[in-house]
Design a protein around this ligand. Structure first.
Ligand code: BGP
Length: 471
């Protein structure tokens, strides 16, 4: 027996401009914060773009989008998640006029997608703030960013109002608490950044996000605009009541962002956190009203769950992408130490749906692994990625369970449907795709694309609307 998914379920894959487009300085694009971040979130920031930064070329989607979209269409994608590189449209972020060549590029991409009946799902800001906004304004700590973002949003909403229906505002908005430079373009080093400035920056993003929803619905009432959070559910490490409370608090740290987006106001529990950390949010007149523009749906990424403990001795970090927590003794981990927990996906889907009763969208999930390119008996280059197939199958079975539980789910896009550069470590060898890209961390490789075994597997899952999954 397979798994039942609703009719019209949006199956697809997900990417981000800075991780796969390349062409970092072509056709008028300005630098983004990623262009001087060659080693990911734990590495240095360089003065200028350096050759060891794999993102500068990425996988060259900028020049190969037709070939890649054709492959997505062959798998039967209904939706493709990509982001617009803000600095392609406004090279410095604070420019008066948008860059026509940048706008044209996304016109071409959207047209190509529609040629195959694939709906674009567009992230407006995915870890790629224009560098000039980081350097000259300290990123989102500065309220002026709201105005710059508004200009950007108006430009793309007006231009693509008939080509894009599904939008996400900020990728993993809650990740700014852990990676303020990458997530919020904040130039002040994390160690020197006060909680006051950090939460004020988050306030600016939350206002900008709600304003985006307002503007979007004015420009095209058919738009479906969602928020996007990094979804890591927290389990109490033991049944000790203090561990349960700790898990609740850790969940709130993340869910705060979805709470504001879904309910249109700050939750009361934040008052205590702000008080205890001497944070006073500067709310300008009109902010509270703007926040009332709630999102149409909630989207999230899911790679792992985490454990919470009140015991400071055990509170040593396990590995994780941006948020890391205490390891769960019942779970195995990926080669990068991310704990694999398919049931956690069912759990978080139910948690979010119980909390908001808004449609949900899983916009990232997948396994980053080292793949070995081989030549099969027919002479084709491929990868036998059964580990990826198993991972995705097990997660999708749990998604089916959540749908049975009553969760309203719009779609599912696997992360890095084509191999791309990792966000946390900036590596190419951490591969997620159904499509192998011949490019390596030393810069070698032909950039040729090859179908992995999971390519046909996912094609079948989509064609059968989940019936082919193995429970
Ligand atoms: C999320 C980001 C993505 C993506 C993914 C996988 O946090 O939204 O951009 O990269 O994680 O992480 P990584 O690339 O570090 O393996």
């Amino acid at each position: 027996m397979g798994v039942k998914f609703p009719k019209g379920f949006l199956w697809g894959g997900a990417t981000a401009a800075n991780q796969f487009e390349g062409a970092y300085n072509e056709d008028g694009k300005g630098l983004s914060i990623q262009d001087i971040m060659p080693k990911g979130i734990r590495g240095p920031i360089t003065d200028e773009p350096t050759e060891d930064n794999m993102k500068l070329i990425g996988i060259d989607f900028y020049h190969r989008y037709k070939e890649d979209i054709k492959l997505f269409a062959e798998m039967g994608f209904k939706v493709f998640r990509l982001s617009i590189a803000w600095s392609r449209i406004f090279p410095n972020g604070d420019d008066k006029e948008p860059n026509e060549k940048g706008l044209q590029f996304y016109d071409n991409v959207f047209d190509e997608l529609h040629k195959y009946g694939i709906e674009p799902l567009v992230t407006i800001s995915h870890y790629e703030t224009p560098l000039a906004l980081a350097k000259n304004y300290d990123g989102w700590t500065n309220r002026k960013l709201i105005g710059f973002f508004e200009n950007y949003v108006r430009a793309i909403f007006t231009r693509y109002k008939d080509k894009v229906k599904y939008w996400l505002t900020f990728n993993e908005i809650n990740s700014a608490l852990h990676a303020p430079y990458m997530s919020a373009g904040i130039w002040t080093p994390k160690e020197k950044l006060s909680k006051q400035d950090l939460y004020q920056a988050m306030h600016h993003e939350l206002v900008a996000s709600a304003l985006t929803v307002k503007i979007g619905h004015e420009i095209n009432p058919e738009f479906k605009i969602g928020c996007m959070i990094l979804g890591v559910p927290n389990y109490p490490l033991t049944s000790k009541p203090s561990d349960v409370l700790k898990a609740m608090q850790q969940d709130r740290e993340n869910l705060f962002f979805a709470d504001v987006h879904a309910r249109g106001k700050y939750p009361k529990y934040m008052n205590r956190l702000f008080k205890e950390n001497n944070v006073k949010i500067n709310m300008e007149p009109g902010d509270a009203e703007i926040l009332q523009n709630t999102v149409d749906f909630i989207s999230f990424s899911y790679y792992m769950s985490s454990c919470a403990t009140s015991d400071p001795e055990k509170n040593k970090s396990g590995a994780g992408n941006i948020i890391s927590g205490v390891s769960n003794p019942y779970l195995k981990a990926s080669e990068w130490g991310w704990q694999i927990d398919p049931e956690g996906l069912r759990y978080i889907l139910n948690l979010l749906y119980d909390r908001y009763q808004k449609p949900l969208f899983i916009v990232e999930n997948g396994l980053g692994a080292v793949d070995k390119l081989i030549t099969d008996e027919k002479g084709n280059k491929t990868v036998n990625d059964d580990y990826r197939i198993n991972y995705l199958n097990d997660h999708l079975v749990q998604v089916g369970e959540a749908i049975e539980d009553g969760v309203e789910l719009m779609g599912y896009t696997t992360w890095g449907c084509i191999d791309l550069v990792s966000a946390s470590t900036a590596e190419l060898k951490k591969r997620y795709g159904f499509i192998y890209v011949d490019r390596n961390d030393d810069g070698s490789g032909t950039l040729e694309r090859y179908k992995k075994k999971s390519f046909d597997w996912y094609k079948e899952v989509i064609a059968t609307n989940g019936e082919s999954l193995k429970k």
